[in-house]
Design a binder for this molecule. Structure first.
Ligand code: AHR
Length: 520
């Protein structure tokens, strides 16, 4: 991780900082952030702001798709409110249809007239799938919101032939039978398929494979990934579960030359106990701390997986793709029919911000990430209830951070008092920075401490700012949520705590807050 606590390098101050009084002056601590605009790093791929939408619970049905005859306002069956909200955060890529669901999915069930499609058991998550949302509905949806497409291929119970036929159905531009069937089903032009994941969690729900075996299976499938005119499609190997560095090592050693990207899945469980993960809303400071520690662990994971990848790929041709990440809490007790439905609080916002900071610090290797999941499932952007929709605190982080999509990463040093709770301790302030195509420097800072404000002295090396503005996200309590009745309790507000006077930047960050500054 480049954003780390380290000794302050005095004497390099380009923009000196002075603190004046604030509402938090009594409790305020001091922190220092240095942004190395003079040492630009890699481009921050927009795809690290990607989403994951699995066919489960109300993630798709009710969340995205209501059908064109619904009384809920929709665009050809897609909820209009959800489409507008997703467009606003510039979703760069969507992964679908799973997750575990993908390895039991038959794509042929989801094409053709909707009233003829078979209802299937959802063996992964319970209930049934009507197949009303299939290939056409997904590819058109991605097109509608302007996102790239990432298909998770059924390797667990499928065949290479089914995969290559699915790809032909989607991408063929000639007169093959599959292209003609696509046209007969309403889509003339081929779609653009950007990424294919060769299986999902092949060590678990994808087939309980050992790494050696999967690596050979990957090679077999990868041989048959192609699209007309050699259109490039990024092939993503099913990667490790959290700390399983050995999986990455084995798969890279056996199949590395045929891999474009390898995935990593990591979830934060506040209690560390899968049978009692912790409540999304009723938690104390120890679970606030453990959740933030879980988010910070992402840096260690990426560093170690990337180091092993370096053995086989020192030039970092192969991307590390964190295509499932986020907080996994107990299912909301009030939503028993909605698998993996959980509320989302300020805690989720801060842990998302810290994780995105870490992805950016590893922009040279991490070139896509997909938060789990987009709507109504796990750490969602959006929750829906019939015709109502609410945007979560995590949504607003993606909104505030969208300025980083495509920017050039700028290394950051942070010196801040630790935030401690009982025996646990984490850096009190986390930060990231990037410069966009217009030359504006964006700096995001997270104050992890729920009790103390931080007066941050900001130094930019290699650039001189003449104006600063920004937005902040905070709330009254660590577990404040947006609800259908109170949808605006956690929302970004203009940040009044930054000043730039005579070349001096000061930012007074409230406790438990996220601030994104734009320096012109
Ligand atoms: O995101 C929920 C599930 O978590 C996915 O289906 C699976 O890949 C992972 O274990």
């Amino acid at each position: 991780m480049k954003a780390k606590v380290r000794v302050w390098r005095g004497g390099l101050v380009a923009l000196l900082v002075v603190f004046s009084g604030s509402g938090y002056a009594d409790a305020a601590q001091e922190a220092q952030v240095v942004v190395h605009a003079d040492q630009p790093g890699a481009v921050i791929h927009p795809e690290i702001y990607g989403q994951f939408a699995e066919q489960l619970g109300h993630g798709i049905y009710g969340g995205i798709w209501v059908g064109e005859h619904s009384s809920i306002p929709n665009i050809r069956g897609y909820r209009r409110d959800v489409v507008d909200a997703l467009k606003a955060i510039k979703v760069p890529v969507i992964r679908w249809p799973g997750g575990c669901f993908a390895d039991q999915y038959d794509w042929r069930d989801g094409i053709g007239p909707r009233d003829k499609r078979p209802v299937r058991m959802n063996a992964s998550w319970g209930g049934e799938d009507s197949n009303q949302f299939g290939t056409h509905e997904f590819m058109d949806f991605a097109e509608l919101i302007g996102a790239k497409t990432y298909l998770s291929i059924n390797v667990g119970t499928g065949t290479p032939r089914e995969m290559s036929q699915w790809m032909e159905y989607i991408t063929a531009d000639g007169h093959s039978d599959l292209a003609q069937r696509r046209r007969a089903n309403g889509r003339d032009k081929p779609w653009k398929l950007d990424y294919v994941g060769i299986g999902n969690e092949m060590w678990g729900c994808g087939g309980s494979m050992r790494a050696q075996f999967y690596a050979d299976v990957y090679r077999q499938y990868a041989t048959f990934v192609h699209a007309p005119g050699n259109t490039p499609i990024v092939k993503v190997a099913s990667g490790a579960n959290g700390d399983d560095i050995g999986w990455t090592d084995t798969v890279m050693s056996i199949a590395g030359s045929q891999i474009d990207a390898i995935s990593l899945h990591n979830y934060t469980i506040p209690t560390g106990n899968w049978s009692h993960k912790g409540s999304a809303t009723q938690f104390d400071e120890s679970e606030w701390m453990s959740t933030l520690q879980g988010a910070l662990h992402m840096d260690d994971l990426i560093t170690r997986h990337s180091a092993v990848m370096d053995k086989y790929d020192p030039k970092k041709r192969v991307a590390l793709v964190v295509d499932e990440w986020g907080n996994w809490m107990d299912q909301d007790p009030g939503a028993r029919d909605a698998a993996l439905y959980q509320q989302n609080s300020l805690r989720d916002a801060l842990s998302a911000a810290v994780t995105l900071d870490i992805f950016q610090a590893h922009a040279d290797r991490v070139r896509m990430a997909n938060i789990a999941q987009m709507v109504n499932v796990l750490q969602a952007m959006i929750l829906t209830d019939q015709s109502r929709m609410v945007l979560t605190p995590t949504y607003y982080v993606f909104d505030m951070y969208k300025v980083f999509q495509g920017a050039t990463y700028l290394p950051v040093d942070v010196q801040a008092p630790a935030y401690r709770y009982r025996n646990a301790s984490v850096p009190g302030v986390h930060a990231t920075a990037g410069r966009d195509a217009a030359g504006v420097v964006h700096i995001a800072m997270v104050n992890l401490d729920p009790h103390h404000a931080d007066t941050v002295r900001l130094t930019l090396l290699g650039v001189t700012g003449s104006a600063v503005d920004g937005r902040e996200l905070t709330a009254s309590n660590i577990n404040t949520t947006n609800t259908f009745d109170h949808p605006d309790r956690v929302m970004p507000a203009a940040f009044a705590g930054a000043t730039l006077k005579q070349g001096v930047i000061t930012a007074v960050m409230p406790p438990k807050s996220i601030v994104v500054l734009d320096i012109h």
